[in-house]
Design a binder for this molecule. Structure first.
Ligand code: SAH
Length: 340
């Protein structure tokens, strides 16, 4: 039996048609699943009994099993969920002035191997199914008793390495009679899988794109992000430029500040040259140190100096405040504590 949370509206429609049911019923089902958040098919009071039996035969409504929940003084909540095959994944809820954002995981482990990141210490075992990504948002919101208004696909894994399931996840989140999370409130972050950036630029919803750049040149990027050996910075920048031309949307550039690696004055100037004239927004991110990794967080002074240089060079930039620093918030830290 499979989870009904794998099904987009179109997939539900096809399912209805295959059973000789009216396709508009699929819209009602979406409402039951995401508006009323039912726990049993019997609650679907406008669906006839025989069809409810059919649904029960074909699908389950199971939530994710919560193993631990941590809560930070700043309102950040972090969940460790167990999947049906026993694998563990993390989901984070962040409390922002505009509402709650969920940060979701897309893969069990990650193959991208970024040198500073805790997630990549465990190789990818498999992609998450669409339902396992959807259920992170649903289960976390139920357990926390809050409404989630924004979603960032920035948890463990490389979303563009599980492209189709992530796209179906976005379609489900965005469904007007479902969760109804606006496309502009959804952000997908990639380490730079260039062909997928082009594919994503064709996706009709107005979702956001964030690029984990983390270095202003190939020399430094090669050291910390193996993906750069496949897609060099020039190719990545071209893809970003083409994406902006095609979609007219601003791209977020993520840049973790690593002490003495990518946080120098030269790096700031080189980054300003690289991004000059592009419709981008730079998020400077304080590094969450990982015990097993040699990298250190930049000093406050280095971070502020880096920020000031970009600002002076007329780049849109913010120095992101840190959240959940007291609760293993760095990507993959909570999970890596619980697995061998
Ligand atoms: N694979 C995707 C999404 C997951 S990582 C990507 O690379 O974008 C989400 C973001 O967290 C990335 O920018 C990643 O580089 C960053 N990150 C990873 N480990 C971190 C750490 N210890 N401290 C701060 N940011 C980290």
């Amino acid at each position: 039996m499979q989870s009904i949370y794998n099904y987009t509206l179109d997939m539900l429609k096809d399912y209805m048609i295959s059973l000789g049911e009216k396709p508009f019923r699929s819209q009602q089902i979406i409402e039951w699943l995401y508006r009323k958040q039912i726990k049993s098919f019997d609650e679907m009071s406008n669906i006839k009994k025989s069809f409810i039996e059919q649904l029960k035969n074909d699908f389950d409504l199971d939530r994710l099993e919560c193993v631990t929940k941590q809560e930070s003084f700043d309102g950040t909540k972090k969940f460790l969920f167990r999947l049906k095959d026993g694998n563990l994944i993390e989901t984070v809820l962040m409390n922002n002035e505009y509402g709650y954002s969920a940060c979701v995981t897309t893969e069990v482990g990650c193959n991208m191997g970024c040198a500073f990141c805790a997630s990549g210490m465990k190789k990818k075992l498999r992609n998450l199914e669409t339902s396992e990504i959807v259920l992170q948002v649903l289960t976390a919101s139920e357990l926390a008793g809050i409404k989630i208004t924004h979603v960032v696909v920035m948890g463990i894994g490389e979303p563009f390495d599980n492209y189709d399931n992530v796209i179906n996840f976005i379609k489900i989140l965005n469904e007007p009679l479902g969760f109804e999370i606006g496309a502009r409130h959804i952000t997908v972050s990639t380490c730079g899988l260039v062909p997928k950036i082009y594919e994503y630029s064709e996706f009709p919803l107005q979702v956001n794109l964030a690029i984990s750049l983390h270095a202003p040149n190939n020399e430094i990027r090669n050291q910390i992000m193996p993906i750069n050996k496949t897609y060099k910075i020039e190719k990545l920048m071209q893809a970003i430029t083409d994406y902006i031309d095609k979609t007219n949307r601003r791209v977020t550039i993520e840049y973790i500040l690593l002490k003495d690696i990518n946080d120098t004055v030269e790096c700031a100037n080189e980054l300003a040259d690289l991004l000059h004239g592009l419709n981008v927004y730079v998020n400077l991110i304080p590094y969450n140190e990982v015990k097993e990794k040699p990298y250190k967080r930049s000093t406050k002074e280095a971070m502020v100096k880096f920020f000031d240089i970009l600002k002076k060079r007329k780049i849109n930039v913010q120095l992101r405040r840190e959240q959940g620093g007291d609760i293993d918030a760095a990507c993959g830290q909570l999970r890596s504590k619980h697995i061998k």
